[in-house]
Design a protein around this ligand. Structure first.
Ligand code: GUN
Length: 282
């Protein structure tokens, strides 16, 4: 039976490490504050935002909350970001996605000062990652790397297949694995012979948003499987992209959903908030 990677425990370990660093910074007189902006009242976004603020509280960093109405204009939102960019007491700015349809997400992300882009979504952050320069890294893929490292799983030289090519997960995931010296393949909905491709993976990372699509015939015996998907199954229960019951017995290690990658995203956001102190020389 596979080792089940406990994302909750690993994220707690990271948060406790961060808490100590925050406390040391406080003693030097440096406080950290994250501004969290939500537009509209999408219930899923509200839960994410609440958990992000709780995470800040747990490690001892401040959070400012901006809950703007659904009809907020793009200009108003960008004006708020401009103000937050200019505030010395704000280290990180997070605009919760998705935004209402009348707002251009790319324009909003570009308005955030890259030195405060704790989500790692700004083109400058993505560009820096692709050429190995310092900058913020998207939280979910950064969390996957931590899960692997803290579970003692070697990445260098491994065949890694990333299933999914989103800007938030698939693409930065592939770049991070490359940075760790893996051999990386990105597979997606147009990939031919998908089972053959995913079956080559020593480490298979799925981020496609298709409930339980990955069955045993997609997975090599002894592979490590990291499931980034958060979906609902036919009974409305949370599940990943991987059919856990079927695939787990085949793997050397696997993440569950929930309790695998999910809790890592917030831990890495908080880690980025701390990192912001180094990117913002005073
Ligand atoms: N919506 C879903 N995931 C995320 C995330 O990681 N950051 C932001 N800002 N919005 C999201």
């Amino acid at each position: 039976m596979a080792h089940i990677i406990d994302g909750k425990a690993i994220s707690l370990q990271i948060k406790d490490e961060l808490k100590e660093k925050v406390s040391a910074l406080k003693q030097e007189g440096t406080g950290i504050t994250l501004a969290v902006v939500q537009v509209g009242n999408d219930p899923a976004s509200a839960v994410y935002v609440r958990n992000k603020k709780k995470g800040c509280e747990y490690i001892g960093i401040g959070s400012l909350s901006y809950e703007l109405p659904q009809e907020t204009t793009q200009q108003e939102l960008i004006a708020l970001i401009g103000q937050l960019n200019g505030r010395e007491d704000v280290n990180g700015i997070l605009v919760q996605l998705p935004l209402p349809e009348h707002i251009d997400e790319d324009a909003v992300i570009r308005a955030i000062d890259p030195k405060k882009d704790v989500d790692g979504f700004h083109p400058q952050s993505v560009g820096a990652l692709s050429i190995g320069q310092p900058g913020f890294v998207s939280c979910t893929p950064a969390g996957v790397i931590q899960l692997l490292k803290r579970s003692g799983i070697e990445i260098a030289g491994k065949e890694c297949v990333v299933l999914g090519r989103s800007n938030i997960v698939g693409k930065p995931m592939a770049l991070l694995l490359l940075r760790e010296n893996a051999t990386v393949t990105i597979a997606h909905s147009k990939t031919r012979n998908l089972r053959e491709v995913t079956s080559r993976a020593d480490i298979l990372i799925t981020a496609i948003g298709r409930p339980k699509m990955i069955t045993r015939d997609y997975v090599k015996e002894g592979a490590v499987v990291i499931d980034v998907g958060i979906n609902r199954d036919e009974n409305g229960k949370l599940c990943g992209d991987v059919d856990f019951q079927e695939v787990a017995p085949l793997c050397s290690a696997i993440t569950p959903v929930p309790g695998g990658v999910g809790p890592m995203t917030i831990a890495m956001l908080l880690s980025n908030c701390l990192e912001s102190v180094h990117l913002q020389p005073r």
